[in-house]
Design a binder for this molecule. Sequence first.
Ligand code: 5AD
Length: 356
Amino acid sequence: MKSYNWDNLSKAEMIELMSTNDKLLLQKMYDEAYKVKLKYVGNTVYFRGLVEFSNVCIKDCLYCGIRKGNSKVERYSLSKEDILKSAKWAYDNKYASFVLQSGERTDEEFVSFVEEVLIEIRDRYGLGVTLSLGEETRETYRRWRKAGASRYLLRVESSNPDIYKLIHPDECDFGKRLQAIEDLRAEDYQVGTGVMIGLPTQTAEDLVNDILFFKEHDIDMIGMGPYIVHHDTPMAAMMKDYDPNHQLELGLKMIALTRLYLKDVNIASTTALQTLDSLGRERGILAGANICMPIVYESDNRKNYLLYDNKPALTETSEANMKAFEDSIHRIGENIGYGAMGNSPHYKKRKEQNNG
Ligand code: 5AD
């Protein structure tokens, strides 16, 4: 087996590793990435309680099950009280961080709804809130930041503009996505981004370029996962040689290489991994991830928030779901960072530099 300087991989080596089918080499790479995780972020996994509060969406992304053009979706929006009930549950169960995700909307009714929810969560529970609500104006980002949100997840989906164009309708613009990420940084959010892995035309080099993009943009948190087909979307037809096992392996490779290259950032072991393999969550952590996002809302509507096929945990209670996460994390010898915000060392370092 060729030997690598794992601490300092070149771009060419990363492309080689992203392309390899050598099982022994892959296991070695996951093990090395896990060692880097232990060294830089420790053997603790942090939970972010996730509420998918609405599947109403103005966008028509070609891959996404809740795209506006999918008329088979039963649309829902949770009430403020329902969201606050979940926030209370998360607070009572020592989740220091709470994620609000929904389809994209930019109308004032929506913007002020989110603003009010944020203020209530801050006043009642003092929870750290992460938003994952898509592209908004800088003014909206500012309002939500003021109302108490401190982190924002906005995936770039692919750092290759041609792929971005291929998987989005014409009205979506790559430059606008980049601008939104810049705006979030300028409004003093901890910014998370990420990509989908295993997209049509995407090469090993594209994926390595995604990792370089995270570095270049000084990203604190990374949420990325394998692309999974949703049968009622236009992209399903573009995936003739779709192989879920290949998608899973690409997802794990990306986590490992991102950990090896960026070292001190937060990386999520996402639901998409768990969808492709019942041990996907554990495998993600053992390849270098350190964040999990258990669902923390009870609603018959969970089955209507399907971005892709076969999403797991649609009916379990928040308790049962949390227990499943706890068991799998303890089984692999990791702790859970209850009651801690779990900011990445990368973020802390930057804050110190800015203040000092
Ligand atoms: N497969 C995997 N991930 C998806 N997302 C949307 N649709 C899919 C899919 N079919 C991801 C996108 C989006 C995030 C909320 O979910 O990356 O940013």
